[in-house]
Design a protein around this ligand. Structure first.
Ligand SMILES: Cc1cc2nc3c(=O)[nH]c(=O)nc-3n(C[C@H](O)[C@H](O)[C@H](O)COP(=O)(O)O)c2cc1C
Ligand code: SF4
Ligand code: SF4
Length: 251
């Protein structure tokens, strides 16, 4: 079974494509994570977890869900991490997670998809994004072939910098950068409630028709990128920058 978490659609796209290629069930973890639902899930086929890269590791909210949820049936666990450039040394921590769960780690594939981190960087135009996704499609096909042949995903070379990024930098990243304080709303807001509905942590609520952010943010970029009015800003940084959601549908 393919399990996925996705803020802006890249990992959803990869999960759906993989699911179609290997003819396996695809499950969105949004509701389970949002509702802290850690009930067992079952599959006889190998598990594949697809997720974005946050500071060179899988998102902490997904890590926490995986630590607490029993994946019953198959004991094989693969990972595919979508990223803007590099997954660093994420594999080391995923291998540890598998050991902790008593499961067999089958490798982690990094798949470069369009950058979505609007709070810190710029996001690509639709044309640039489509070009990146075309390249990613070949990686996804490769991953599907390995799954079908029962092979491990190959481990990438890991540099000293990768180790530092996935280790120390990841540890510092959450307390230093991951906050909702800078989110704000402009007069373009039409009170549709979408920003609240798409938050995987229930961190956005509407007060007098306008979004208010709490302090449980994981910087997934769903609220800012999925607002139909582009009425959410992240301080001054996001002004005038394109909002990103995956422009391609899996087929
Ligand atoms: C909080 C955050 C941290 C990120 N950290 C990394 C990173 O360490 N390395 C990287 O290559 N991309 C990084 N990115 C980019 C995303 O991993 C990438 O765009 C991903 O495909 C988004 O997936 P999604 O659309 O499924 O949410 C980061 C994005 C966010 C929002
Ligand atoms: S998604 Fe945008 S328009 Fe809708 S309530 Fe949120 S900020 Fe307002
Ligand atoms: S507040 Fe926005 S960026 Fe933070 S977790 Fe919720 S949807 Fe994601």
């Amino acid at each position: 079974m393919i399990l996925y978490f996705s803020g802006t659609g890249n990992s959803e796209y990869v999960a759906q494509k993989l699911g179609m290629a290997v003819d396996d069930e695809v499950l969105n973890l949004f509701e389970a994570i949002k509702n802290s639902d850690f009930s067992e899930v079952y599959s006889q086929r190998p598990w594949v977890v697809v997720a974005p890269t946050y500071a060179w590791r899988i998102p902490r909210i997904l890590q926490g869900w995986l630590e607490r949820t029993r994946l019953a049936g198959s004991e094989e666990l693969y990972f595919a991490m979508t990223c803007g450039g590099s997954i660093g040394n994420a594999g080391r921590y995923l291998a540890e997670l598998c050991a902790q769960k008593g499961m067999r780690y089958r490798g982690c594939m990094g798949i470069v998809m369009p950058e979505n981190y609007l709070a810190l960087f710029t996001t690509p135009t639709k044309e640039e994004a489509l070009r990146t996704i075309e390249k990613a499609d070949r990686e996804i096909e490769g991953a599907a072939r390995l799954l079908e042949d029962g092979e491990d995903f190959p481990e990438p070379d890991v540099s000293f910098g990768d180790r530092v990024n996935s280790g120390l930098v990841n540890t510092l990243f959450y307390p230093l950068f991951v906050r909702a304080k800078k989110f704000c709303v402009t007069d373009a807001c039409i009170s549709c409630g979408r920003c609240a509905a798409v938050c995987p942590l229930g961190n956005v609520r509407l007060t007098d028709g306008k979004p208010v952010w709490g302090d449980r943010c994981t910087h997934c970029m769903a609220c800012i990128c999925r607002c139909p009015q582009e009425a959410v800003e992240y301080g001054g940084h996001s002004r005038g920058l394109p909002r990103y959601t995956c422009p391609q549908k899996a087929r």
